[in-house]
Structures are given as C-alpha cells and as structure tokens.
Design a protein around this ligand. Structure first.
Ligand code: A3P
Length: 313
C-alpha cells in the first residue's frame, strides 16, 4: 500500500491528462507514454520502475509483448538457471507448487525488492526505449520472446475474456482488432515493441537474445540450449546425456504446468487466476477465432510495419 501511494503521487492525474488517450478494450482508457499505450495502473508501474529499479550486472531480464510466451519463458529460464539447486525431475521443484509469475516477478508490478536469489530473474513488458536506465547501462542480460501477432492477439482476446469479461462491456472483437492495429493495446503497438528489441538483438547480440515462441514450440531443446549459452550457462554434454535438458523441457511443458494444482485453482497475489495463463499454446490457432477479414486486417498492419526491415514474424 505504501508503494502504491508513493506511485500514485508520481503518476498524478495531471500527467495522465497531458497524455494522448484512447478508449482501450474495456472500461479503462489507455494512455500513450513514450510512444506506447498503458492503463493508468500499468503506467504507474512503468514510471515506478523507471525511477526505482536498480539492475545488477548479474540480473536476467525476460521481456515480451503480452501473450507471447512470457509464462513459458519464465519457467524455462528459472529451471535452467537453478538447475544445480533444483534438479529435475523431482517431486520438490519450486515450479511444481509456484506459478512461474510468482517465481519471476514483473518489475512493473512493484515487487522487485522481493527477489533475493542470485542471479535475480525478472520479467517485464516494458518497451526497449522505456526500460529503466540501469537495465541499459549495466551488463545484465535480456531475453526477448516474440510471437506471431495473430496468435498473440487471439491469446489476448481469450485472456481478457476469461479475466475481465464484466469490464469489457460492448467491446466487440472487431473493435479490439482495430485497437490492436492502431497500436492502442496494452504495451502496444505490438509490432514496434518486437521490432525495437529485434533490432537491438542484431546490434547488440551479447545484451539481447531474441527468440520466437513458434521456434520454441518447434525445437524446444535447441532454443533452451541457445538461451543457456547466451546466459553463460551452457549445458554440458554430460548434462544432456543425463537428461537434464529433457527434464527441464518436460517440467515446463504446457501439458505439465497446466495440470498442477497451483496452476488450476491458484491465484496470484494480485488476485488473478493462474489458470488464465494456460490455454492451447498452438501455432496458427488464430484460425479458430479470427474471421478471414480480421486476420487480413492484422496481416496488412504487419506488412506495413515490416517495410524496410528484414525481420519476419
Ligand atoms: P494461447 O492463449 O494461444 O494458448 P503469456 O505467458 O505471455 O501470457 O502467453 C500466454 C500464451 O502462452 C497462451 O497461449 C498459453 O497457452 C501459452 N503458454 C503458457 N504456458 C506455456 C507453456 N508452458 N508452453 C507453451 N505455451 C505456453
């Protein structure tokens, strides 16, 4: 509460009233700050972390657009970083009775002081240009997980419906697609978010590692090995022979995590139901939800945003 009231002071109504505003998907408006869109609460978190988050050189920061594989990346990186402390498969691994969001907190959710492990692992949806300065200045490492915009959109739609149905009065999918394409969705524009990190990963490959959700789905072993190498914690041949890598992938699989009690009936400290973070995890699953016309609207925007870039979703 103390933290909350401190933040409220830092994010006074006069700041909100000076920012561009858009309707958003539900009752709350979205505000544009440093080129990206936030609800008032998320914006408070961004401002607070810009001011107070102090990165250490040994920190690992996991970044993503919402609904792009954050929960999965958190579990994989947690399991691979602490694979000596918590061996898999085990009955007593922290991921068996903690949701990945509890083990790897969001820096904009104000609870970054609670992390006392070493190295510390955090996550964020904050766009590159708005990251706290200490993340840019220290030699901490950033892993970015990106997803196809249509699947991320559909995942967001289902997530919003499961969590906020009563607040989304009158918001049709057509309106939500149009907001998403205008860029005004939480932490949007989706494309600018991903492209900025992708460019940074090209310019600064020791600092930012960029991985696609689809690639992780297709070749999890290879992706996890590359993430481990990037973090300076490569798997040894012996570990691979002993099944350590396989154990981590099985432990963190959607099938396994989504069945655990903590992820079926549990709640996060903010009251969110943990089961909302696990759904189908499909590549191309957007076809079940988006009409061809809406899919085309997102595709057009993707095409437009990628002009001049060699990046492809
Ligand atoms: P779908 O809604 O398409 O099923 P985030 O973690 O960024 O909120 O993203 C949520 C998406 O990741 C959801 O996609 C969810 O099912 C999927 N997901 C969650 N845990 C996963 C895991 N362990 N492996 C693969 N996908 C996972």
């Amino acid at each position: 509460l103390l933290v909350e009231s401190k933040c409220s002071q830092e994010c006074k109504d006069d700041l909100l009233s000076s920012l561009p505003r858009d309707r958003g998907f539900f009752a709350e408006h979205l505000y544009q700050y440093q080129g990206f869109w936030y609800t008032p609460n998320l914006l408070k978190g961004v401002l607070y972390s810009q001011k107070h988050f102090q990165a250490k050189d040994s920190d690992i920061i996991l970044v993503s657009n919402p609904k792009s594989g954050t929960t999965w990346l958190k579990s994989l990186v947690f399991a691979l970083v602490y694979r000596q402390e918590f061996k898999t498969p085990l009955e007593s691994h922290p991921l068996l009775d903690n949701n990945p969001h509890t083990l790897v907190p969001f820096i904009e959710a104000f609870d970054f002081n609670a992390q006392d492990t070493s190295p510390r692992i955090f996550s964020t949806h904050i766009p590159l240009g708005s990251l706290p300065e200490s993340i840019k200045e220290s030699s901490c490492k950033v892993v970015y997980c990106c997803r196809n915009p249509k699947d991320a959109f559909v995942s967001l739609w289902h997530f919003m419906k499961s969590l906020f149905l009563k607040d989304m009065v009158g918001c049709t999918m057509e309106e939500m697609v149009s907001g998403f394409c205008r860029g005004s969705s939480v932490y949007g524009p989706f494309w600018d978010h991903a492209l900025e990190y992708w460019k940074e990963s090209q310019a600064n490959p020791k600092k930012v590692f960029f991985v696609m959700y689809e690639e992780m789905r297709e070749k999890p072993e290879e992706c996890v090995m590359r993430i481990a190498e990037f973090l300076g914690l490569p798997f040894t041949e012996r570990e691979i022979e002993d099944g350590v890598l396989d154990g981590i992938i099985k432990l963190c699989s959607l099938e396994n995590l989504s069945k655990l009690e903590v992820n079926t009936t549990g709640k996060l400290v903010n009251g969110m139901e943990t089961k909302a973070f696990f759904r189908k995890g499909e590549t191309g699953g957007w076809r079940d939800t988006l009409t061809p016309l809406l899919a085309e609207e997102i595709d057009k925007m993707t095409e437009e945003k990628l002009i001049g870039s060699s990046f492809r979703f």
